[in-house]
Design a binder for this molecule. Structure first.
Ligand code: AMP
Length: 220
């Protein structure tokens, strides 16, 4: 099964992707995480991506497409993928479809999470991520028990450099302009499932599992 998580920055795609991976055993492919990993490794790709990410702009299609297509050729993706943050433009969606078709695969479902803009801003600007295990917290909605420390592994929490209020505003504008057209695109393809992203984390996961036709109790 191959699934796309679609929604604005701050909707909870990363959080839900991790929970869905636990429930389904599918492989999580996050284009933003791939860029951040490249940046940590100090590669050219990482440096290039940073110049766009820090402005809240999208990295050019050809760069993102090349990176994600390489990633999904890895053996761990054969079981199926949860795409998080990709595609973000119609051209990326088209490229993904062509690549999948070449391997006799298809996107089975696009889970679209919607959340109001004011909530998104607080979700983005309040987000804290664990340096060690990648767990996500939020100082307003889902704080860690001890400030700045991950509840799961005790690692240090940090704020992403593109999670400031100013960059968040820009990222939302970019989303509304360039990524929202994907909603109609996938609705037209017949595989869009809408999930109310304002619900609490567990309810959103449940809604997603239902939309995928998987019983939570039966999953691994
Ligand atoms: P994310 O972690 O998904 O919020 O992505 C962080 C940043 O990485 C975005 O604001 C973009 O600058 C860049 N990025 C991630 N995925 C894509 C994509 N599919 N297309 C273009 N830029 C992307």
């Amino acid at each position: 099964m191959n699934v796309i998580l679609l929604g604005p920055p701050g909707a909870g795609k990363g959080t839900q992707a991790k929970l869905l991976v636990e429930q389904t055993g599918l492989t999580h492919v996050s284009s933003g995480d791939l860029f951040r990993a490249a940046l940590r490794e100090g590669t050219e790709l990482g440096m290039l991506a940073k110049s766009y990410m820090d402005r809240g702009a999208l990295v050019p299609d050809e760069v993102v497409i090349g990176m994600v297509m390489e990633r999904i050729k890895q053996p761990d993706c054969a079981i199926g993928v949860i795409f998080d943050g990709f595609p973000r433009t119609i051209d990326q969606a088209k490229a993904l479809k062509i690549e999948m078709a070449q391997h006799e695969k298809a996107i089975d479902a696009v889970l679209y999470m919607d959340v109001a803009r004011e909530v998104l801003l607080r979700r983005i600007a309040g987000r804290q991520t664990c340096k060690v295990c990648g767990a996500i917290f939020n100082i307003y909605y889902f704080p860690s028990y001890k400030a700045g420390i991950c509840d799961i592994c005790g690692g240090k929490l940090y704020q992403r450099s593109d999670d400031t209020m100013e960059t968040a505003q820009r990222r939302l504008d970019v989303y509304f302009e360039q990524t929202m057209p994907l909603i109609e695109h996938y609705r037209g393809e017949g595989n869009l499932r809408e999930i109310d992203g304002r619900q609490d984390i567990g309810q959103v996961t449940e809604g997603m599992m239902q939309a995928l036709g998987i019983d939570i109790a039966e999953s691994p």
